[in-house]
Design a binder for this molecule. Structure first.
Ligand code: GTP
Ligand code: MG
Length: 520
């Protein structure tokens, strides 16, 4: 590869990694579905790897290699760092776990110390210049914060010195982490602490074989003999081999080699991790689609029942019909509506009385419609809410409380009021001359409301004096208003689902994963 194309490639990689970092930072996994904790952690890992590991390495060729001392609590990681530095820079102790904040030791000539956000840095001339040696919190910690800090440090490492003890290495080595590190090209060395003299050979053979099984048999292995109860720094001769190897392996030249190798390996592993995030987004979207279907399903029953009641003219058939019939006989106020050709009183007094009677009738009808609609809204809200609670998704809502009975009633009242205006608009374009001598315009409108509500006599009167179309137009308007009012119950839920990443996010991440694959 020519120098020019190498530079172009590095520039492309930097741009790709910046884009990836931006897109992954913005990524959310809002729905609590199986595996989501893993996705959220994977997101953090990817961010650390890109920001603390890959970008600095690609941008600055002179970055020191990051060597992380990682392993179980009490294995002697802090003691080892202190012994290599020659003074206590990271407190070692008997309390488990001891180290909670990582310490990064580096040569005083190293100015751009990586991992500033993850570790406190300490300058020491005892550390070779090409390396930053990091004492990490315990990897398999019972403490979540320690576990996560250690995992993030390993994500940013070029070389991992796995520190463990002879007594516990069998069960205490976090093998899954070792395998993951191997897969992203991270170099491994193992320090086995407190090895009893007699067991030396046996333990070395056993551990080498285990490492061999996962393709890491060539990893350097350092055995530190057991010196009995011990506090403070280890004697120089106990760490001399490790110091020498570290110096040789991470001299400036080799350090760059480690860095390059891990960066290439890391791009492959990163591509896989991003692929995992893509799958995670897919799972979120599938869950959101299910929840959306269930939400709309919650509307369906109440909307259908309501539409049936309106279409069949049953929504206000009871009391209002009785009231109509009280005024319908000959000589009564509604007689001219009920008995074609009957002589109607058209005095101003009779018109006012008739109008008032019609308005009372309409109030009854509207009251019945409001109750029906409020019940439908409340039912729909209740069933949608139950689905969301079962899916543990209520936290996505601005207001996690379902619509109350009073709230549903208020919405229903507003919708019916709106509908009434719509009825007036329908009547605006009708000729109402024949009715004008019998009642005021409010009475005409009330007559239509009663007709839609299912008062048979009112229906007949509207057909006779106006047209059949007026009732059906007003009924259609009520159907629309009712459907809309019930449908509005789902709106905050559907809006909340917009926080789930959409297909474009999934596609962009998948494209990044493919491009990363090309970089390896
Ligand atoms: N005998 C013996 N004791 C050691 C050795 N290394 C560390 N210790 C002791 O073991 C205890 C734990 O050592 P640390 O260095 O704090 O262990 P660590 O791995 O840093 O532990 P965490 O910070 O909790 O992850 C301390 O009391 C040390 O003095 C060793 O090589 N031999
Ligand atoms: Mg420690």
């Amino acid at each position: 590869m020519t120098q020019g194309s190498a530079a172009a490639r590095a520039a492309d990689s930097v741009e790709l990694l910046h884009d990836l970092h931006r897109d992954v930072s913005a990524l959310t996994f809002p729905l609590e579905i199986p595996g989501v904790d893993g996705e959220r952690e994977a997101k953090e890992r990817v961010l650390t790897q890109v920001a603390s590991h890959l970008l600095p390495r690609i941008a600055e060729q002179g970055t020191p290699a990051v060597v992380v001392l990682g392993g179980p609590t009490g294995a002697g990681k802090s003691t080892l760092l202190n012994s290599l530095v020659g003074r206590e820079v990271s407190p070692a102790g008997v309390l488990r776990p001891t180290t909670r904040r990582a310490v990064a030791a580096h040569h005083p000539t190293v100015h751009s110390v990586p991992l500033r956000d993850l570790a406190d840095s300490v300058a020491s001339a005892a550390i070779p210049p090409g390396v930053v040696l990091v004492d990490a919190p315990d990897l398999d910690s019972l403490e979540r914060a320690n576990r996560s800090a250690a995992t993030r440090l390993l994500a940013a490492a070029d070389l991992w010195i796995l520190v463990t003890t002879a007594a516990r290495y069998g069960d205490m080595i976090p093998w899954s982490q070792v395998i993951r590190a191997r897969d992203r090209g991270l170099q491994l060395a193992v320090v086995l602490n407190r090895v009893p003299g007699a067991a030396r050979k046996q333990v070395r053979a056993d551990l080498t074989e285990r490492l061999d099984q996962i393709g890491l048999g060539n990893s350097p292995l350092f055995l530190i003999p057991d010196v009995g109860p011990h506090e403070g720094l280890l004697a120089e001769e106990q760490v001399a081999d490790l110091r020498e190897w570290l110096r040789a392996a991470t001299g400036r030249h080799q350090a760059r080699g480690i860095v390059r190798r891990t960066a290439a390996g890391a791009c492959g592993a990163l591509s896989e991790s991003v692929g995992g995030l893509v799958a995670g987004v897919g799972a979120q979207r599938a869950a959101a689609a299910r929840l959306r279907t269930e939400t709309l399903e919650g509307l369906r029953g109440p909307q259908a029942d309501l539409a049936y009641a309106i279409e069949t003219g049953q929504c206000a058939a009871g009391a209002p019909t009785t009231r109509w019939e009280t005024f319908a006989p000959a000589g009564m106020l509604f007689a001219p509506f009920s008995i074609p050709g009957s002589r109607a009183s058209t005095t101003a007094r009779a018109i006012t009385d008739r109008t008032i009677a019609l308005m009372r009738l309409a109030t009854d009808v509207e009251g019945a419609i409001v109750t029906l609609l409020a019940d439908a809204i409340h039912d729909a809200a209740g069933s949608i809410h139950r689905e969301w609670r079962a899916a543990s998704a209520l936290h996505l809502l601005e207001d996690p409380e379902p619509v109350s009975a009073a709230g549903a009633r208020e919405r229903a009242e507003r919708a019916v009021e709106e509908w009434q205006h719509e009825v007036d608009r329908i009547l605006d374009s009708e000729k109402v001359t024949a009715l004008a001598s019998l009642t005021d315009p409010t009475g005409v409108s009330a007559l239509v409301v009663a007709a839609v509500g299912g008062v048979g006599g009112a229906s007949v009167a509207v057909s006779h004096f106006l047209s059949r179309e007026v009732t059906s137009a007003a009924r259609d308007a009520l159907l629309g208003a009712a459907r809309h009012a019930v449908g509005a119950t789902a709106e905050p839920y559907l809006k909340a689902l917009r926080s789930v990443p959409d297909a474009s996010v999934e596609e962009r991440l998948a494209a990044h994963a493919r491009q990363l694959e090309d970089l390896t």
